[in-house]
Design a protein around this ligand. Structure first.
Ligand SMILES: [Zn+2]
Length: 484
């Protein structure tokens, strides 16, 4: 009997319940059996609760390594200050290993012939390393702050010898790093549910980009190439709760970290990733974006003008020599009215751009892929001709007019139309000589339009949606999970 019970205990919750019911009926009054059954029940409840919490099957690192000074920005000397004094040692990957400590509040770290030296302001050597040193403020939690060349960061500093200079890396708690980045991406004055959605996006990005700069000794850089980070000065009162209240939460699809993209505004709908970057992802598809107040936000609705000369220069500078640009034509729109194929015509040839390149080629004027473009044929080009006979009944006079213009011989084709009750004939169209001087662009949305609209998230939050609902709306079919 006991043996059989053990087998059932390790099976699923439903089976245990079913078995308990029938046992209680048949063996009423057996105290030992009841206690054993109760234990089984508790154990199975714990098992089922664990599966509901849905822990992701990977680990988030406690710390991330952010490159502050690297590549051309690497330095020969750097000043590190902390009012709390310092622990000195080295970093092994993301873990600090202490070998000494000092009450000094200002350290000079410099490259010398033996490696890297850490001195006080009087030049007394306190610590050194052949290829790297680690410095951690002698404080914990939110007080663990230091200044590197007068810029304040949380966490510690790893200085790594890189040929004739030092790479300076900030090793910081993942969430403390996020305090500094989310307010660079979204205003901390926005509703907290929108900021929480942004915090999860930033965490996913950091988790996916670990080791992106491994060859330089860190995970992510502090520039826009990764996520713009400038330490504590970018933190605001609104930066903390969104990070703290989503701590260790990541968005997954099919058990893997989802790639969470976002941009400022997107108009009526978001765009399927295949119409922007060409790949397909089941959670990056077009969804409704009607909570975005497109008409009343910065760059929600935009206009731009590009002269033929400017278009020609841009094409040449970007390596596309089609001669002088004479026309820009949209060849194909997506189902969401975004340009997915566009031709730039020049005197020496033409070039067809697809998907995101339709936005980026002339990104001095185009802020998104959702635009129309029209050439300004007419201004400066030969005027079209209108012929009116002054009566209501008019026969077609001619289908074509041949003109001699300043631009040369031109054939205009006539079309019949009615204007103010009068039949008129206007001529235009074949237009070999009617040249564009430039192009008028009109569009909506700002950015690539894949994933989450930040202004859409703001609108959803203002309408009472939670960050879980916002993320589930923009990233279709994803799961919010707790990473270990
Ligand atoms: Zn980077």
């Amino acid at each position: 009997m006991k043996k059989r019970l053990e087998i059932f205990c390790f099976l699923c919750y439903d089976k245990v319940i079913g078995w308990i019911t029938c046992t209680l009926k048949s063996e009423k009054g057996c105290g030992t059996m009841k206690r054993f059954l109760l234990l089984c029940l508790i154990f199975s409840l714990i098992l089922s609760a664990a599966s509901l919490t849905a822990f992701a099957d990977y680990t988030l690192p406690q710390y991330v390594r952010i490159g502050l000074m690297y590549g051309n920005g690497a330095v020969k000397t750097v000043t590190v200050e902390s009012d709390a004094g310092f622990l000195l040692g080295d970093y092994q990957e993301r873990e600090f290993v202490k070998t000494a400590e000092t009450a000094e509040t200002c350290l000079i770290v410099k490259l010398d012939s033996d490696g890297i030296a850490v001195c006080n302001e009087s030049g007394t050597l306190l610590h050194s390393g052949d290829s790297s040193v680690g410095i951690l403020p002698n404080a914990s939690g939110m007080n663990q702050v230091l200044r590197v060349d007068e810029v304040s960061y949380r966490g510690g500093i790893h200085c790594i010898k890189a040929e004739s200079a030092m790479t300076v890396v900030n090793v910081v708690f993942l969430d403390h790093y996020l305090y500094g980045v989310i307010s660079r991406e979204m205003s901390p004055s926005w509703p907290v549910e929108a900021l929480k959605a942004q915090a999860v996006c930033a965490r996913n990005y950091a988790a996916q980009s670990l080791n992106k700069h491994q060859s330089q000794g860190f995970d992510l850089c502090s520039g826009v190439d990764c996520q713009a980070y400038s330490g504590t000065k970018a933190e605001a009162l609104g930066s903390y709760a969104p990070v703290d209240e989503t701590t260790r939460q990541v968005l997954t699809y099919d058990g893997k970290l989802a790639q969470l993209f976002y941009s400022s505004s997107m108009g009526a709908t978001t765009e399927d990733v295949k119409n922007v970057w060409g790949n397909s992802l089941p959670y990056l598809i077009s969804v409704d974006n009607s909570y975005e107040d497109t008409e009343n936000i910065p760059n929600g609705v935009w206009e731009g003008y590009l002269s033929c000369e400017e278009a020609t220069t841009i094409m040449r500078n970007k390596g596309y020599d089609v001669g002088d640009v004479t026309d820009i034509k949209v060849l194909e729109y997506s189902a969401n009215q975004r340009v997915v194929k566009m031709e730039v015509v020049g005197t020496k040839g033409s070039k067809v751009f697809e998907r995101e390149a339709c936005r980026t080629i002339f990104n001095t004027v185009t802020k998104s892929q959702a635009f129309t473009v029209t050439g300004d044929k007419g201004s400066g080009a030969p005027a079209s001709v209108q012929v009116t006979d002054g009566t209501d009944t008019v026969k077609l006079i001619a289908d074509q007019l041949v003109l001699l213009t300043g631009e040369g011989r031109e054939t205009l084709t006539g079309t019949l139309c009615v204007f103010d009750g009068e039949e008129t004939k206007s001529y235009g169209g074949s237009a070999s000589g009617s040249k564009n001087k430039g192009f008028q662009f009109s569009g909506t949305g700002w950015g690539h339009s894949v994933g989450m609209s930040q202004y859409g998230a703001k609108g959803m939050a203002e309408a009472g949606y939670t960050y879980q609902e916002i993320l589930a709306h923009y990233f279709v079919g994803t799961n919010l999970e707790n990473a270990y």
